[in-house]
Design a protein around this ligand. Sequence first.
Ligand code: IVH
Length: 673
Amino acid sequence: MAKISKSAAKERIDQLRKEINGHNYNYYVLNSPVISDFEFDLMLQELASLEKMFPEFASADSPTVKVGSDIAGKKTFEFATRTHRYPMLSLGNTYSREELAEFSDRISKTIPEPCSYSCELKFDGTAICLTYRHGRLAYAVTRGDGVKGDDVTANVLTIKSIPQQLTGDYPDEFEIRGEIYMPFEAFNRLNAEREEIDERPFANPRNAASGSLKLQDSNEVASRGLACVLYHMLGEDLPFTTHSEAIAAAGSWGLPVSEHSKVVDSIEDVNRYIDYWDTERRNLPFAIDGIVIKVNRLDWQRKLGYTAKSPRWATAYKFKPDRALTKLLSIDYQVGRTGAITPVANLDPVPLSGTVVKRASLHNKDQMDLLDIRVGDFVYVEKGGEIIPKITEVDLAKRPADATVPVFPKYCPDCGAELVRDEGQAKHYCPNSNNCPVQIKSGFVHFISRKAMDILAGDATIDQLYEKGYIRHLSDLYSLTKEQLLTLDGWKDKSADNLLSSLERSKSVPFNRVFYALGIRHVGEANAKLLASHFGSIDAIMAADREALVQIDEVGDIMADSIIRWFADPVNLEQIQKLKQAGLKFEQEKTKKVSDTLSGSIFVVSGVFSVSREEIKQFIESHGGKTTSSVSGHTTYLVAGEAPGGEKIKKAEKLGTRIITEEQLRELVAGEI
Ligand code: IVH
């Protein structure tokens, strides 16, 4: 490294630490890395060498010393942290058969007898540690920094395959560790939904799984389709002599374990297992990124022990991600529903991991610049998480002389409006939302979608209605006539009546869905619900200033600005008036009063109940009680379901707030206590 003054070094060290911590946060907490692992490693290396040159600036807090952590920052999440009874370590990695042979040679130095190995799939998800006491799930904790993790019990309880109560002859207390993962089907569905509402799709099933596990709303977690597999049991005096025996027993108590593990007697058989799965992995309904090989006998595992980071009795053989080389033919610039422009590469079709890849996303202009890509280049495509193909590298040696530098458009390819790019945002977008045909049509498709107004029509109908000039603004849907509908290709009385009655029915769709249907950039389904219940009506949301909006935990600057911008457009205000006149709901329905039994009491609801948490709150409100989200001196009762928030319980105990169960709440209403 070039000579650098002490003060310049200090400045650079501070800057690197700040940036690296930010990238760690993006990676571990937001599950949304913005730079590649390689770039990250370069920054870390630079920091390490500066710290070595200037030891006076060393710090125990430096990211070169601390490992990245998935423990949530306290501002946005409120999981209690829990210390692991046994630290959660990682696994050593091997990338070649030679390294694998070295692993077995090392073992034979300590264990001079023939050794059996448990060969297992290396599930690509997020690690979880479950503690069972007296057969009941006591808590589920993420890996965190390996020493302590986030208590995500309420969320884990929503995963169907994880039993709350075991059956059979289980030990009184034990821990079992495994992986929470998202099968491809759930991952594709989730990403399709996110793209539809212009939320950033998850890069791969692993990020989707850990992101979902850290959601605050357990009901939302339940809808994410997470799965779990458990592969490592720990405890005192467990009655097993081998690892495979312990895992088979766990299966017999009702715990989810892998059906693909196999005990083999030689390293040759380990290699055969790897060969088999290196191909067969493409037929699995979930992602794996390698094979885990474990010494099967537990006494030998104990003898081999651990290094500071990983067990000596196990290793991971990592598969290389599949990639293919092909030619970049052209680049399309697609306009999304909310105007975001995505460059999409058209490729010379090439087979990759079981499908033929013809197109790959180039994400945004920065990504194109980073790759230094030219049309005509030979590019490597990989499947991010084995699903969405992406271009990872350009083969510069193969660059043809006539390769052309792509020109990122200045104007919308659909309507010609000048594109804009907000500060800090990666995407360019077309601001002409009310006149850009692609945006208008996809706005209608969003409006009628199942989670929004649930109107029985498809994309093709919207296309036709638009082409015929019958619909330009959302409210036009409600003045469609039967005569107009009968002019559409192949439409008869029945299809026209169906659409008209479906439009009529949509007038009773609750306000939160109407608000979501409006298609405001960055306002997804969950946020629409949150804003609707917080403000109660469209008029209140409209009147809210930036400060009032960002006061809601989940609402950040970007969403607040987007909402304010949307309401500043007179076309949108006129639409709201027209949709109001058409009879759509623009106020949150008040919960019907059933009694006044709970009036004067303030409740906080936490944990998992026999019905959704929202229903428990409605039940309280219907009997005159008030609900708030955090425990304070004003709280009368904390209603605690299964696995309530640890912080809430602590606070209630400290303040002497009464903690009651769901059953006691119902008894309270029935006047029994
Ligand atoms: S055993 C002491 N078995 O891979 C570590 N881990 O890269 C015991 N993983 O931390 C872990 N599949 O999160 C084990 N069949 C399997 C696994 C597995 C996936 C994960 C786990 C581990 C990471 C290491």
